[in-house]
Design a protein. Structure first.
Length: 420
């Protein structure tokens, strides 16, 4: 079968004064283009005090882009910022090729990776909301006519524009209704979890820091019988769906571990808005594990971006453990685990025990150390505690089984009559 030829793309970025992360931002744009199966064949960068309102770039630099397009036989130009509708229109007029921006690339990746119905709906809403203001001017080549309101007296260009706009608005409205039903189902699932009094712990962080690898390492170590591995790959936005897995530790403490979509600098506002229902999993968690790519020289900047996104989601007041991942790729002495920091290699399953110890300290604060004397005819209670509490010692006495244990406060209250 003949392989489809990749489109050739030129990357374009403007470095504004004092922009520290520009080089990394352009590298990220290159990776985003690769993730969209575009072949990057050239790059143009301009230093400016401010973006050109009409063309994003200066007009001289646009001529250089034109020359590079011809030289490399490229047919797409990708800009490192979100372009306004007029900028896209003006640039396409001069460059005479497909013009896309960083936002479109991210939306395209999300569209390719969305597997569940909810994710697909969320991405489509985001794409349509991005398109809506960019309809302006698409009918300019068609006839225009002034006059009274309503479609009847309008020129064909304005009529088509109005119809397209209404079609998109109707589609967004229909998708949002379908999403509301799915959101209600998700909220019911969360309510059921809360009733079970099981802590919910969410993995958060920049895209491609190893959240899914960490989740699979936890499943392998503590629930090896389960086949519910999550998808992991070394690429941007490998995971879009929120995955929830139950993790049971050797001391019978259980928690729900949630893997969420990764964040990125300049994450389109439409996406945060569209994925809000999925990302609410983060806002309602009892504890966050902020996974950091320790091997990335810009990890502090990535931490900053993640914190800003968490703040936007209203999740900036939840306790956090920082899991500095990919220590196997770093040639420095690895610091020891601290109060809220742990250094791990999820790939090699190193440091996971330290992480679990920190989780124990932060997520299981409502546990009580006590002794209970359970009558012999209440074997079901002994069985329940064996499965759901940490049994320190067991003595068989005349009147029943004397158990020294650590259990949930709720279980302590439930069986208080047996506490000695």
């Amino acid at each position: 079968m003949e392989q489809k030829q990749k489109q050739k793309a030129i990357l374009v970025g403007v470095k504004l004064n004092n922009q520290q992360d520009f080089t990394d931002s352009m590298e990220e744009l290159f990776n985003l283009a690769n993730a969209c199966d575009l072949e990057v064949v050239g790059e143009k960068i301009q230093k400016l005090n401010g973006l050109n309102i009409s063309y994003y770039l200066g007009t001289g630099k646009i001529q250089e882009v034109l020359a590079l397009l011809a030289e490399k036989n490229a047919n797409v130009v990708i800009f490192n910022d979100e372009l306004s509708p007029s900028q896209i229109r003006n640039l396409e007029g001069i460059l005479e090729c497909r013009v896309i921006d960083r936002t479109v690339l991210i939306l395209d990746i999300f569209a390719q990776r969305a597997k569940t119905r909810e994710a697909q709906l969320q991405v489509e809403v985001a794409k349509l909301q991005y398109m809506l203001p960019r309809l302006i001017g698409q009918g300019e080549s068609l006839g225009r006519q002034g006059g009274s309101s309503g479609l009847k007296n309008r020129g064909s260009g304005e009529t088509k524009l109005e119809l397209d706009r209404r079609k998109i608005e109707d589609r967004i409205s229909g998708l949002n209704k379908e999403l509301e039903t799915l959101v209600a189902q998700r909220q019911n699932q969360r309510k059921k979890r809360k009733k079970k009094e099981i802590p919910v712990i969410a993995l958060v962080g920049y895209t491609n820091t190893g959240k899914s690898t960490l989740m699979n390492a936890m499943i392998d170590l503590f629930n090896p019988s389960t086949e519910k591995q999550v998808f992991e790959k070394d690429m941007l936005f490998a995971t879009l769906e929120t995955s929830v897995r139950s993790i049971k530790l050797p001391d019978n403490k259980s928690f729900l571990l949630t893997d969420t979509v990764g964040f990125i600098s300049k994450l389109p506002h439409h996406l945060i808005k569209a994925f809000r229902s999925t990302l609410e999993e983060v806002a309602e968690a009892d504890l966050l594990i902020h996974v950091v790519d320790y091997s990335n020289h810009q990890y502090n900047q990535q931490i900053k971006v993640t914190r800003e996104t968490l703040k936007e989601l209203g999740a900036d007041n939840i306790p956090v453990i920082y899991a500095y991942n990919k220590t196997d790729l770093v040639n420095v002495e690895i610091p020891k685990a601290a109060e809220d920091c742990v250094y791990i290699s999820a790939k090699r399953k190193e440091g996971i025990v330290d992480l679990v110890n920190l989780i124990g300290q932060k997520a299981f604060t409502d546990y009580v150390h006590c002794k209970m004397l359970i009558p012999y005819d209440k074997g079901n209670i002994v069985s329940y505690l064996n499965d759901n509490a940490t049994i320190k010692s067991t003595l068989y006495e005349g009147s029943g089984v004397l158990i020294s244990l650590e259990c949930k406060e709720a279980d302590y209250e439930r069986y208080q009559q047996y506490v000695t």
